[in-house]
Design a protein around this ligand. Structure first.
Ligand code: FAD
Length: 435
């Protein structure tokens, strides 16, 4: 499929609304695809990096994201085919691997695959629609003044559109510049050591290492204040582990900080031997401090209301939510739908204010779901005596309710009443904070 700009889906507005998206991560790509599908004209997607690498490791996409992507004519089997093919996942006891619960993999994150591979597919979908992605284009300033909101690139170039979408990630510059919010990362009290590698022949042949190497599979080992996720992809050609552990230190908030394998080996000293050895033999890992941000009282520029935040810039998730990317896809669909439902560009501010109101509660639920799971996993075995049976329900992942949700349909259903609230707020000049 090659959807050229000349073959833009028909627009609800004449002329079509124009949009610029900042950030070509999964959230920014989803925004571009959704806006295009709804007939809005995406002038470009800008990203500050010169080129993308295969960055990150495991990332999940749930059915709530797939159903929207499918509606937007994306061939979702491009993703499903490269995601983990295991039907089930097991939740095990840290010290001996005893199975505490077994669940369909779909209960967690749907398809878990490599973030870099998924990102490539999203970029391909953007490209198929003829939407230009401009690399090496760092946005350094935002302005929401008449006649149109605009951004300034590091090069000095200025660009404007009817609506500007800042999908610039957890370390968003839009958050301080557009919302005037202090960018205060909040430590979650945890950090992750993470490794993703191709196991070598000696690992594959070593019975101490290869129990989880022969096929796609996902397992979790949970213990007091820690858990380990193992994800084996491509029939055993690729292997990933992530250890979440208590951390009060000052690891910088970075996707690229090298981890200390000696510290990892110490942490896994009392781990189930069936997984311990391959972790211990891993050459290198990354150290991620798990930071989050307090919920924001607004996601929209206060002056003209035509610059909006989307994805991690306004609703970052803990890894245990397994929903960061999926919620960004939902937000993209809701924003595009709200822009459909207004009368024209003079009402963009109604669309953006409705968008944040429609999305806030849902993203909070999905964020706190991840906190709940982490706390259950880290608490359930505390002080538990060896013989006590653990109720599987206490450790199961409870994400399934999040998947059977059509965010665009929800936006259309609630549009009239939310629009009423927003119009009243504009009339009285008092916009109520989201929280
Ligand atoms: C390098 C990296 C690795 C990751 N690894 C994982 C992982 O292993 N597992 C997981 O679950 N999640 C991972 N994530 C997070 C995950 O991608 C997001 O939670 C989710 O996909 C939603 O993404 P987003 O598009 O909102 O933000 P991001 O994926 O962070 O994308 C933001 C994009 O904005 C660009 N950008 C930032 N500032 C500017 C600016 N001023 N001007 C122009 N462009 C800008 C960035 O270069 C980036 O491409 C990772 C993110 C990154 C950036």
């Amino acid at each position: 499929m090659d959807l050229q700009p000349s073959k833009l889906p028909s627009s609800p507005h004449d002329p079509p609304l124009t949009a610029i998206v900042i950030g070509a991560g999964l959230g920014g790509c989803a925004a571009a695809i959704a806006l295009h599908h709804h007939g809005h004209r995406v002038l470009c997607v800008l990203d500050k990096v010169r080129q993308f690498g295969r960055l990150g490791d495991s990332l999940g996409l749930g059915d709530n994201a797939f159903s929207l992507l499918e509606k937007w004519d994306c061939n979702v089997s491009d993703i499903k085919n490269i995601g983990n093919q295991a039907p089930d996942m097991s939740i095990r006891r840290w010290k001996d691997g005893k199975v505490l619960a077994v669940q369909p993999l779909m209960d967690m994150a749907g398809y878990i695959g490599h973030r870099g591979d998924y990102h490539d597919v999203f970029l391909k979908w953007v490209d198929q629609r003829g939407i230009p992605v401009r690399m090496d284009s760092e946005v350094v300033a935002y302005e929401d003044t008449e006649p149109q909101p605009s951004i300034t690139l590091k090069s000095g170039e200025k660009l404007s559109a009817d609506v500007i979408v800042a999908a610039d990630g957890i370390k968003s510059l839009a958050r301080p510049l557009v919302l005037n919010m202090q960018d205060d990362p909040v430590s979650s009290g945890y950090a992750c050591f993470r490794a993703f590698f191709k196991p070598d022949q000696s690992m594959k042949e070593d019975p101490a290492c290869n129990k989880y190497l022969g096929r796609d599979c996902v397992n979790f080992w949970i213990g007091p204040d820690m858990h380990l996720v193992q994800n084996t992809l491509r029939g055993g050609e690729e292997f990933n582990w992530i250890i979440t552990h208590k951390d009060d230190g000052d690891v910088p908030e970075s996707w690229f900080q090298p981890g200390d394998m000696e510290e990892v080996r110490r942490l896994v000293g009392d781990l189930d031997p069936d997984i311990r050895e391959i972790v211990k033999k891993t050459e290198k890992c990354l150290d991620w401090k798990i930071c989050y941000r307090e919920p924001l009282p607004t996601w929209v520029s206060p002056g003209g209301h035509r610059i909006v935040l989307l994805g991690d810039s306004c609703h970052a998730h803990l890894p245990t939510s397994a929903q960061g990317a999926s919620q960004a896809v939902e937000s993209a669909g809701v924003l595009a739908t709200c822009l459909d439902l207004i009368k024209g560009k003079e009402e963009v501010k109604i669309a953006t204010r409705c968008y944040e109101k429609l999305r806030f509660g849902r993203t909070r639920q999905s964020q706190t779901n991840g906190e709940d799971l982490r706390d259950r996993w880290h608490g359930v075995l505390k002080g538990a005596d060896e013989e006590r049976e653990i109720d599987p329900e206490d450790v199961k992942i409870k994400n399934r309710w999040l998947y059977s949700f059509d965010a665009e349909e929800d936006a259309r259903t609630r549009w009239k009443s939310i629009r009423g609230v927003v119009e009243h707020e504009f009339l009285t000049g008092k916009i109520n904070p989201l929280c």
